[in-house]
Design a protein around this ligand. Structure first.
Ligand code: ASP
Ligand code: MG
Length: 580
């Protein structure tokens, strides 16, 4: 395991930094008490302050306002009175803010206006008319609730940007220029169709051109180096969200909804494992409270870029493809939202992928765990990590279609539908690799299991399924194809000595299998389910390569050849009559 050893001075520096953060936070909370949502100008504030607030609070309030509003308040900003009374007051205030989770939730729920996070996926902001539809949905919701919007890039844009990044590494100057030109035209056309005011349109156009210039510089740099670094790849692929968020915000403003586009690099703080970063929830909470809450209190709808975050040093990171769902639940969790709605192009979570199973239908209510299993095992509707930030909460997540907003879609709740039980849904994931570490010699390598999974952990490879025979000849497990190369390389390094001495005979990769997962909260206590699955598959002559049950009680997963996936899904769907 990697343990980072920090030196004394480093630790002291971290403490000092933490203390100053805490003081800042406390000061902001004191200031918050006096912030009135309707004050938007410096003049309003001065009037308010003259009306008799104690000087120490006033200077803090002004300082906070200066910090938030970017106003140059001159001496006010620097003359913050840190007298003992203020510091004490700040400390009390600070304690009051750091409640336990349930307490914080209770306070959040007692707010006058509920808070909803609404995420719009790529197809839901895919062109001007889709954005128009999304804007109408947001506008209607603002009547009763405060709304934080999270947007993906317009559909297909991230793919094109990644293509440009890869072509830059190959030195294909011409193709890269064509892609950037096409994307620029596409976004300009959408701005033209959405925003009638010439002044607003030229403003947004300038912003977008700035983003394209940055993209162009990064591609040029990559072409020069002939190397696509993870940072450059992340930054280039983030441009789509940085274009769609200002477009959606401008369209909202045009329809009379006060709105501001916000780059999630200001909000979502992640660790620095480039390529697979994890969010740091507590710091993210502080950032969101400081940046979003004042906007919400003023009735402004923040439109936040999905998919991206930044390390605490400000290096942009991405949350993985399809990561805007994850952005939405990170924001929903830290802001203690009342609900999260993921607007997409399908009508909720279905019993199976309708492209494979014609009778697949929408599931009205499903549990966090069931939805997490389905997402983990390839149900495209949700990013695999979406439910992670909510596991300690009770925030409902809705999956709804912007193309059929009259339907209620699927509701994901902590415990799912009360009368549920048995098999709820099926999913399959073909984009996987089966890795086997084995050979007769591994019986004698006592720590082989530990070392294998330490290695997958260090490579941040999600292990989807593990199977091992009791004779211990082989350990086989499944990881997403995208991480197969780095996982197998890491394993070969880890077991280099053992391979040389034939204690471990082979570490192999099989890319021709797929995982099918059968998901349902109460399957564990229902005898006969496994028998029915494999009986039905046997009758259809479908061979099972490996099986795993019980990592979570609500999932049975098995491996079949890629060519058998559809037949396995159709057969299991029929066996459990999921279409009815
Ligand atoms: N735009 C990103 C992607 O295409 C993130 C997302 O859409 O959720 O992967
Ligand atoms: Mg998506």
């Amino acid at each position: 395991m990697l343990t980072r050893v920090r030196s004394e001075p480093q630790r002291a520096k971290e403490h000092a930094c933490q203390a100053s953060l805490e003081l800042k936070r406390a000061m902001r909370d004191v200031a918050n008490e006096f912030l009135c949502p309707t004050f938007s100008t410096e003049q309003d504030w001065k009037l308010h302050l003259r009306s008799g607030i104690h000087r120490e609070d006033a200077s803090l309030t002004m300082a906070a306002f200066g910090e938030r509003g970017g106003l140059n308040l001159g001496c006010h900003n620097s003359s913050v009175d840190l007298s003992a009374a203020v510091v004490k007051r700040a400390a009390i205030q600070q304690d009051a803010v750091f409640h336990s989770n349930p307490e914080r939730r209770r306070v959040a729920r007692s707010r006058k206006r509920p808070l909803w996070v609404m995420k719009f996926g790529g197809t839901s902001v895919g062109n001007a008319s889709c954005i128009g539809r999304a804007v109408e949905i947001i506008r209607a919701a603002t009547r009763d609730s405060n709304i934080v919007v999270v947007v993906s890039a317009m559909s297909g844009v991230t793919d094109r940007l990644i293509e440009a990044a890869v072509l830059s590494e190959a030195g294909d100057r011409q193709q890269v220029a064509i892609i950037l030109e096409e994307l620029s035209n596409q976004h300009e056309a959408v701005a033209g169709a959405l925003i009638p005011s010439p002044a607003e349109r030229s403003h947004i156009s300038c912003k977008m051109q700035e983003v394209f210039r940055e993209g162009d510089h990064l591609c040029q740099g990559t072409m020069l180096l002939r190397e696509l670094t993870q940072r450059a790849r992340d930054t280039i692929s983030s441009l789509g969200e940085r274009l769609s968020a200002p477009l959606v915000a401008a369209a909202l403003v045009d329809r009379g909804v006060a709105s501001e586009a916000i780059d999630a690099t200001e909000l979502v703080v992640t660790d620095s494992f480039l390529g697979a970063p994890e969010p740091l929830m507590e710091v993210t909470r502080e950032r969101c409270e400081a940046r979003l809450r004042p906007l919400l209190d003023k009735g402004i709808v923040p439109v936040v870029t999905g998919y991206i975050g930044a390390t605490s040093e400000g290096v942009l990171t991405t949350l993985g493809r399809g990561g805007s769902d994850y952005s939405a639940t990170i924001l929903g969790a830290v802001l203690d939202a009342n609900q999260i709605i993921i607007w997409t192009d399908v009508d909720g979570i279905l019993t199976a992928d309708p492209r494979f199973v014609s009778g697949a239908c929408t599931i009205p209510e499903i549990s966090y765990r069931e939805a997490a299993e389905l997402a983990h095992f390839g149900a495209k509707v949700l990013h695999p990590k979406t439910l992670g930030p909510l596991m300690q909460s009770d925030i409902p997540v809705w999956i709804r279609s912007t193309f059929a907003p009259e339907r209620s879609g699927t509701k994901i709740t902590p415990s799912g539908s009360p009368n549920g039980g048995g098999v709820k849904a099926l999913t399959a994931i073909s984009d996987v690799a089966l890795i086997t570490v084995g050979g007769p010699g591994i019986v004698g390598v006592r720590d082989v299991l530990g070392r294998t999974f330490m290695t997958t952990g260090a490579a941040r490879a999600d292990v989807l399924l593990v199977s091992q025979s009791s004779s211990q000849n082989d350990i086989c497990f499944v990881v997403p194809s995208a991480v197969a190369k780095r996982t197998i390389e890491a394993l070969r390094r880890e077991f280099a000595q053992d391979l040389a001495h034939h204690n471990v005979e082979h570490i192999t990769l099989n890319q021709s299998a797929a995982v099918v997962a059968v998901v349902g909260e109460k399957m564990q206590g229902t005898p006969g389910i496994v028998g029915r699955i494999f009986g039905a598959l046997g009758l259809e002559n479908i061979n099972i390569i490996a099986i795993a049950q019980g990592s979570s009680a609500c999932n049975i997963a098995f491996l079949v050849a890629k060519k058998d996936v559809q037949a396995a899904l159709v057969t299991t769907h029929r066996e459990f009559q999921l279409a009815s």
